[in-house]
Design a protein around this ligand. Structure first.
Ligand code: FMN
Length: 196
């Protein structure tokens, strides 16, 4: 009995090579998984190994192979990890220039519980566009896993290889699968409503 389907998007940064850790832990907790990769992320992953592990093709385009179109299961949760400086900025702006970005744009709008875990150095993280992107995503109820409360901070430039080993795969899974109850939408008071 599965708890649901977890869609995972990997971007082109070092920790993408270790996404097997997330797949394995999610599977132990009875989640099914599938990987979507940005086009650049393919250089960082073992596509065939991930397909064996998840049982699904690694998607980067709308078709898994010429002439076939195999839909992925509907997602109950979405983890985008690692997310690069480039992709985080694009997601916040709603740019949909590849299959991964388009999928993410749709799932956020459909209010699928979404966790993003950036892997950026402190110089990139300090840029105004990145700071604006974090605030924008949080305002859309995306859980951005970054900051002192999360124990996950941008790393000093040049220290990415060391930091990669500490990538918070398990914490990201917990954040995605223990999603807080949604607020009930409150109907606006009609401007022409009469008072008793
Ligand atoms: C070896 C290597 C390591 C990289 N590591 C990072 C990284 O840790 N964080 C990051 O934001 N970009 C990193 N980049 C740059 C991204 O790969 C680049 O911006 C790419 O265009 C991102 O594509 P994507 O966002 O579509 O996945 C790295 C590039 C290379 C070649």
């Amino acid at each position: 009995m599965t708890r649901g389907h977890l869609q995972i998007v990997v971007c082109a940064a070092g920790p993408a090579a270790d996404v097997t850790q997330l797949i394995t832990t999610a599977s132990q907790q009875s989640w099914t998984t599938a990987i979507t990769a940005t086009p650049s992320a393919h250089d960082f992953i073992d596509t065939a190994a991930l397909e064996r592990l998840t049982g699904h093709p690694v998607r980067s385009t709308y078709r898994s192979s010429p002439g076939t179109r195999r839909a992925l299961p509907a997602a109950n949760a979405l983890i985008i990890a690692p997310v690069t400086y480039n992709s985080l900025n694009k997601i916040a702006l709603g740019i949909a220039d590849n299959y991964a970005m388009t999928t993410i744009a749709e799932l956020i709008d459909r209010q699928v519980p979404t966790v993003v875990v950036p892997f950026v150095n402190a110089a990139l993280a300090a840029r105004a566009p990145f700071q604006r992107a974090l605030a924008s995503l949080r305002s859309e109820r995306v859980r951005v896993f970054l900051g002192t409360d999360d124990g996950w901070e941008p790393h000093p430039p040049g220290s990415g290889n060391d930091r990669q080993r500490a990538f918070p795969w398990t914490a990201a899974l917990e954040a995605a699968t223990r999603w807080p109850a949604r607020h009930r939408p409150v109907a606006p008071i009609a401007a022409d409503s009469k008072r008793a």
